[in-house]
Design a protein around this ligand. Structure first.
Ligand code: ADP
Ligand code: ASP
Ligand code: MG
Length: 402
């Protein structure tokens, strides 16, 4: 019997009607003779509400306690879905991340999955039950609940699909698939029928939250296709897999990430060991740094160093940098958390002249100032003011005729 792994996102489970509708779909697939393992997210804005709730009791909620609190959102969804299925005479059981055998490392709030022991899942499938797993969570070696970072249920889904050797991982969400840009920013954006892992990984890493970047990474590692489709309509979605041969433009998509903050250290002496002195303490505090820009010293051996971090790490990163300014003989440090990163992605950009200049011209014509430019193999990113980021995405989408 084929094992089908499905994941339903939070917006898809927000209303009671939607849970009932999804239960109907799941029951139908079961009746067709499949074994079903379903991963669920917390309903609607539950995770945000739980974070706000925690902050009503503490300015800096303890990370272990916060993780246990947040994990309850997914548990609510899984139990309600199973109650609905049972009321429809379908055999079903809900499992927490712990019960599903998901082991993580110790980083609360951004844990990584270390291993999955699928014995319990397989045992329940053998009893002919539909297994519904609370996404976004596992347990570490202390048996404490740890969560996988925002959007982490996608990762639970692909990891479970890989552990069970499923043919495909189906991700159901509130859009019809992966689009050339976030449809809520660019309503004219086009749905892609298929997309390669490389491009999807860049889109996800640069802010297209429709899939968690690590879920794409994992799917690529196990060469497991992902279907992204709507949980509201029956339309075909987007297949994510090995690079497609689909005829297409050089640019595959444009993303926008508003969760960006920049720190600039000015007047830094240009000598060996400076970069290490700046980034080592950040790494020790598990703060990951995205774009790094250092200018070349022309006169006086003095440089400036800028880098970006995610907004939620901004306060902590700024404090760390302020504390080392004196020891590295730098002049000062400045921070800006009102930024957005706009990225243009496509493997077709490799060796194609003119893409960068078209991006810069479009932003210039729209009077949008670029604060930092960074490039990788298949991506060009521009950091702009946060309040201009959506306009930048819309203008670029139009200029590249996606
Ligand atoms: P879920 O709750 O199902 O996990 P998310 O909110 O995490 O859903 O992800 C879906 C959202 O991702 C969409 O509502 C859409 O606004 C956003 N999104 C951003 N970029 C894209 C894109 N390129 N294609 C599709 N959706 C995108
Ligand atoms: N509920 C978690 C979040 O809101 C995980 C997820 O939805 O994937 O980030
Ligand atoms: Mg999501």
């Amino acid at each position: 019997m084929l094992i089908i792994v499905q994941k339903y996102g939070g917006s898809s489970l927000a209303t009671d009607e939607q849970i009932k509708k999804i239960a109907g779909w799941i029951a139908k697939r079961k009746k067709e003779g499949n074994q079903l393992v379903v991963i669920v997210s917390a309903r609607g804005d539950t995770t945000d509400e739980l974070i706000d709730l925690a902050h009503r009791f503490s300015d800096r909620p303890d990370k272990r306690e916060l993780d246990t609190l947040l994990s309850t959102g997914e548990i609510v969804s899984s139990t309600l879905l199973v109650m609905t299925l049972i009321s429809m005479d379908c055999k079903a059981v809900s499992l927490t991340g712990f019960q599903a055998g998901i082991k993580t490392n110790g980083y609360h709030g951004q844990a990584r999955i270390l291993s999955i022991n699928p014995q319990r899942i397989l045992k329940e499938l053998k009893k002919d039950k539909i297994v519904v797993i609370a996404g976004f969570q596992g347990i570490n070696k202390e048996m404490d609940v740890s969560t996988l970072g925002r959007g982490g249920s996608d990762l639970t889904a692909t990891a479970i699909a890989a552990a069970l050797g499923a043919e495909i991982c189906e991700i159901y969400t509130d859009v019809r698939g992966v689009f050339t840009a976030d449809p809520s920013i660019v309503p004219q954006s086009t749905k892609l029928n298929e997309i390669g892992y490389d491009e999807m990984l860049e889109l996800a890493g640069c802010g297209a939250k429709v899939l968690h970047p690590r879920s794409v990474e994992l799917a690529e590692f196990y060469n497991m296709p992902i279907l992204v489709a709507s949980s509201f309509t029956d339309e075909p979605g987007t297949f994510v897999g090995k690079e497609s041969m689909e005829v297409r433009s050089k640019i595959r998509g444009i993303t926008c990430d508003l969760n960006i903050a920049r720190i600039t250290i000015v007047g830094v002496p240009d000598r060996p060991g400076i970069a290490s002195a700046i980034f080592e303490p950040l790494a020790q505090s598990s703060i990951s740094v995205d774009t790094i820009v250092q200018n070349t010293s022309i006169e006086g051996n003095i440089i400036d160093v800028s880098f970006t971090v995610s907004k939620n790490n901004f306060g902590e990163a700024l404090k760390i940098i302020e504390s080392i300014i004196k020891s590295i003989d730098a002049k000062a440090c400045l921070g800006d958390s009102e930024l957005g990163k706009v990225s243009i992605i496509g493997t077709g950009m490799r060796n194609t002249p003119g893409c960068a200049s078209k991006i810069f011209k479009t932003l210039y014509e729209n009077n949008i100032n670029i604060k930092i430019i960074s490039t990788s193999d298949i991506t060009i990113s521009c950091i702009v003011n946060k309040d201009e980021a959506h306009r930048a995405v819309q203008a670029l989408h139009k200029a590249f005729n996606l």
